[in-house]
Design a protein around this ligand. Structure first.
Ligand code: ADP
Ligand code: MG
Length: 362
């Protein structure tokens, strides 16, 4: 987020949004504030209600109850065209019989712009997405990535203050998707437009967003900045949906200084204190695979045996069996100078004091 942009005023608010299909609740009392200029991502598995929520904001889906507010007014009853948000969808539905320039100029023609101003804006928008030289092509003469760039230019042509994007990159291959992620992010920084971005791809969400809202079963599970969510998941679902996690069943034995003390497999260790977590009694801890150190037997507190190793290029994942903790997943850089794990090797493992996060749904 660039400095100086106002992060406090919500440009959009969703209040107690409920949407049902028969007896099924696609949205279950969703409350959401979207700040002016932010890149907000709605992240969740397929069927979690992301599209329904975006579509309710856009005005294509009518809520059963609840409201959408924008720029200080209740817009729940306004049709999509009166809300003046721009949208980009997964299918980059360009008008097939119009040229690229005609596609990009379409929202301006609808708004009855005069030709010279319209042509200038179209040129500007095509340059913005580096497609200036394709103005006279037809959509069928473009690749998927190029078509999606044009869809983006068309959405931005009338300079909307909010851009709604529903999985705009999911139809593209991995490399192209990564390139366009950078471009979208750069575009957001340059234009100061509020982006509400829907994806089911956690890496995409982590790399692009100022803030992520995690949806499950039509309800918000947790929201926060990418690093904050990754480091402080509150539930098993979030810990596993955003990255990978080990779960350790532990007994909490109280507070010691700034930390809580947990006990598992006969070892006591410090964990992060977390709001809403009981300081004594049974608890569940989330532990990121990359926070675990491997050592030779005796070097670290826990001892186990390597079951399986998989090389992923820059990282290497090691599955270690422990008598009490069960299967422990460790992820270490391939260049790591410490232990070189081999299958059936005895290893020790351990972690630093703030590596374990107590969960609220233990
Ligand atoms: P997502 O975008 O997160 O994959 P959706 O918002 O599209 O999820 O859908 C949420 C849930 O609502 C899904 O279980 C889906 O089947 C259901 N749903 C969405 N639209 C309709 C509809 N028009 N009729 C019936 N069920 C629907
Ligand atoms: Mg969807």
């Amino acid at each position: 987020m660039s400095e100086g942009r106002q992060m406090s005023d919500p440009i959009l608010s969703v209040r107690q949004a409920v949407k049902t299909y028969g007896r099924f609740r696609a949205l279950d009392a969703v409350d959401l504030d979207i700040r002016k200029g932010e890149f907000l991502t709605l992240l969740g598995p397929s069927g979690s209600g992301k599209t329904t929520l975006l579509s309710a904001i856009a005005g294509f889906t009518a809520l059963d109850s609840g409201a959408v507010h924008a720029r200080g007014a209740d817009i729940s009853r306004l049709p999509p065209e009166k809300r003046d948000f721009a949208m980009v969808f997964q299918g980059y539905a360009l008008f097939p019989t119009m040229t690229v320039a005609e596609n990009v100029g379409y929202p301006l023609r609808v708004r009855r712009w005069a030709k010279p101003a319209l042509q200038e804006r179209v040129r500007e928008c095509l340059d913005l997405v580096q497609m200036g030289q394709f103005a006279d092509r037809m959509p069928t003469q473009l690749s998927g990535g190029q078509q999606q760039r044009i869809a983006l230019a068309r959405a931005l042509s009338f300079r909307p203050d909010v851009l709604l994007l529903d999985e705009p990159l999911s139809a593209l291959d991995k490399k192209l998707r990564a390139d366009l992620q950078w471009e979208l992010k750069a575009l957001h920084e340059r234009l100061g437009v509020t982006f509400v971005y829907v994806t089911h791809d956690q890496d995409e969400a982590l790399s692009m967003s100022d803030r992520i809202v995690i949806l499950k079963d039509g309800a918000i599970q947790q929201e926060g900045q990418p690093g904050e969510l990754y480091d402080w998941p509150r539930t098993r679902f979030v810990a596993n949906f955003l990255g990978k996690s080990n779960f350790i069943e532990a007994r909490m034995t109280g507070r010691e200084g700034a930390h809580l003390v947990a006990e598992a497999a006969g070892q006591k260790f410090a964990v992060k204190p977390t709001a809403g977590v009981a300081e004594t009694g049974a608890g569940c801890l989330a532990l990121r695979p990359e926070r675990i150190r491997l050592g030779h037997p005796g070097e670290e507190p826990f001892t186990g045996r390597v079951r399986q190793i998989s090389y992923l290029g820059e990282r290497c994942q090691v599955l270690v069996d422990h008598d009490v903790l069960g299967e422990v997943l460790v992820s270490q850089p391939t260049w790591h100078a410490g232990v070189r794990p081999e299958p059936r090797m005895d290893v020790s493992f351990g972690w630093d004091a703030d590596a374990c996060v107590p969960l609220t749904d233990a």
